[in-house]
Design a protein around this ligand. Structure first.
Ligand SMILES: Nc1ncnc2c1ncn2[C@@H]1O[C@H](COP(=O)(O)OP(=O)(O)OP(=O)(O)O)[C@@H](O)[C@H]1O
Ligand SMILES: [Mg+2]
Length: 278
């Protein structure tokens, strides 16, 4: 390739600059996994997509934003034994780098603890309370390709923090009629967040979960859901299988405990489809 022999010191080498920009990893894409309805497979999706992104060679951070600490438990971390948690981070007493733990699934985790419920109350009177998570994640964004946020089943201040910090939102939704309830309210909240707090937030899509392919009803719900909300439906749907109940008991995701199961394959396929957005 032709290169100029001499370059003026005050004008940096444009070729070198372009090479550096290519080799320097982009800061992580932050993705909320949220639905204020309980038990829709938010935590299962964060653990499984996280492991799938790690298998694809991505550097992954998972953040447990739920005082139930289910993600923390399910990745084999005892919330009572950790040095610190998201609680201290949000209250400004520790940094993400201080409290993150390496998990066997090839991902890092910011654990949660039951005190998080108290932290939420302490955040409420603070000015700019919705921006706190965005600020603390900024410090580690360069260390990762993707940061997945496991939200609690509420639209409280922690979920608003997650949506304010994120570029993407994945909405897990079981393929049952009543599961639709609440999605409209979540999308209203997303519209407000985009208007007021974070214009960069994009809904990546609805992730159909707990899908029973033999049920006509589940098929009908799947066919209807995208049109109803005008949103992309991520594919393939995640099948309902008992393997998901077994995985957290050994502190690993289904991708490790049941490598070839249909559920593991479905999450790998969803992650492969999403990886180009990172
Ligand atoms: N595809 C699946 N097949 C069968 N069981 C599943 C599947 N996905 C999740 N589950 C089970 O459903 C239950 C709820 O899942 P999970 O905890 O991931 O939901 P959640 O939305 O995070 O719940 P919460 O709102 O309480 O945080 C768990 O017992 C989990 O093992
Ligand atoms: Mg959960």
């Amino acid at each position: 390739m032709w290169r100029p022999e001499t370059l003026c010191a005050s004008h940096p080498d444009p070729w070198k600059g372009a090479e550096l920009a290519r080799s320097r990893p982009r800061p992580a894409t932050i993705v909320s996994v949220a639905n204020q309805k309980g038990g829709v497979a938010k935590t299962t999706s964060v653990a499984s997509l996280g492991a799938a992104f790690a298998e694809l060679g991505k550097r992954v951070l998972l953040v447990d934003l739920d005082a139930q600490a289910c993600l923390t438990f399910s990745l084999g971390v005892d919330p009572d034994a950790v040095e610190g948690s998201i609680n201290e981070v949000l209250l400004g007493r520790a940094s993400v780098a201080d409290v993150r733990v390496e998990c066997e699934d090839g991902v890092d985790l910011v654990p949660s603890v039951i005190d998080l419920a108290g932290a939420e109350a302490q955040l409420l009177p603070r000015p700019g309370r919705e921006y706190i998570l965005r600020g603390v994640l900024e410090e580690v964004r360069a260390d990762y390709d993707v940061i997945l946020l496991d939200c609690s089943p509420s639209l409280g201040v922690l979920t608003l923090n997650a949506l304010t910090a994120s570029q993407g939102l994945v909405i897990p939704m079981p393929c049952e009629m009543l599961s639709h309830r609440g999605v409209g309210q979540l999308l209203d909240t997303v519209a407000d967040v985009k208007k007021i707090l974070n214009k960069d937030l994009a809904v990546w899509g609805i992730l159909p979960t707990l899908f029973d392919g033999r049920s006509n009803h589940a098929q009908e719900v799947l066919a209807d859901v995208g049109d109803r909300y005008g949103l992309p439906v991520l594919e393939p749907p995640i099948p309902k299988t008992v393997r998901f109940a077994e995985a957290p008991a050994v502190g690993r995701s289904i991708l490790a405990t049941s490598r070839t199961s249909k559920g593991a394959k479905a999450y790998r396929d969803v992650a492969t489809a999403l990886v180009r957005k990172l």
